[in-house]
Design a protein around this ligand. Structure first.
Ligand code: GLP
Length: 244
């Protein structure tokens, strides 16, 4: 795992956007795996600026998002589809037909999860998969468990995750208790994985992810098995690493 240590959130966002921007310039047909949460918002802002001011061209880019709340419609303000439109897609020259987010209203989950995995396989995996990390080590919505789950699947969110994500809703009661998430096979199919972490609150889980054993109770620890992972983190998020 390559670790890029930066001063703060602003520097992290610039660095991540530069890497993604370079990939899109080198290969205009890039397939990007995208994430939600607050961490990538600065990266998306910078990509929007690069599109507007530096001719970064998304017209041939395909995107595949990690996850979606189960039961939320695409136009629900807290759905991840809505988040992606608001924070990125509505502001760049991407063809929204080629932006994929799991269907939170699916009536046939088995079929729609299998279709999502087929899509990722058809695309040949993502070129860059962008990730944040939950306090419990979840990536996408792959929560701590006894096993790593390979395929796209429905998950029960942990009380911790529901609480952490309640800040985006009017109250914790409104946070859906389930989500559809890309599984570890989809995430690990990326050529490059770019994981972002900012702030002291992430320091302990970043240490477990990088220096602990590979353990499904710390889902992000699976990234130790991927040949090309770049962790971009600020000094606070890296503050508990022994090796630095
Ligand atoms: C959610 C998302 C994750 C994200 C995590 C951390 O649970 N499903 O993909 O990494 O939040 O969010 P934040 O970046 O706001 O800390």
């Amino acid at each position: 795992m390559q670790i890029i240590s930066v001063k703060d959130y602003q520097a992290l966002s610039l660095q991540a956007a530069r890497l993604i921007g370079a990939q899109v310039r080198l290969n205009p047909d890039t397939v990007l795996g995208l994430a939600t949460g607050s961490t990538p918002v600065g990266t998306y802002k910078e990509l929007i600026r690069m599109c507007a001011e530096e001719d970064l061209d998304f017209s041939n880019v395909t995107t595949v998002n990690l996850d979606e709340y189960y039961g939320l419609a695409p136009d629900h303000e807290q759905s991840y589809r809505y988040f992606m439109n608001q924070n990125l897609f509505d502001h760049i020259n991407i063809d929204k037909e080629f932006t994929y987010v799991p269907d939170g209203l699916s009536k046939d989950l088995e079929a729609s999860c299998a279709d999502y995995d087929d899509l990722i396989e058809f695309l040949g995996g993502t070129d860059i998969q962008l990730l944040g990390i939950g306090h419990d080590g979840h990536i996408g919505f792959n929560e701590p468990d006894d096993v790593f789950t390979a395929g796209t699947h429905l998950v029960d969110l942990t009380p911790d995750t529901i609480e952490a994500n309640a800040r985006f809703f009017k109250s914790a009661d409104e946070v859906p208790h389930q989500a559809i998430t890309m599984g570890m096979k989809g995430i690990m199919s990326a050529s490059t994985i770019l994981i972002l972490a900012s702030g002291k609150a992430k320091a302990s889980i970043i240490r477990k992810m990088v220096e602990g054993p590979v353990d499904p109770q710390v889902p992000a620890s699976i990234l130790q098995l991927h040949p090309d992972v770049v962790l971009i983190a600020d000094e606070d998020a890296l503050s508990e690493l022994m090796a630095l």
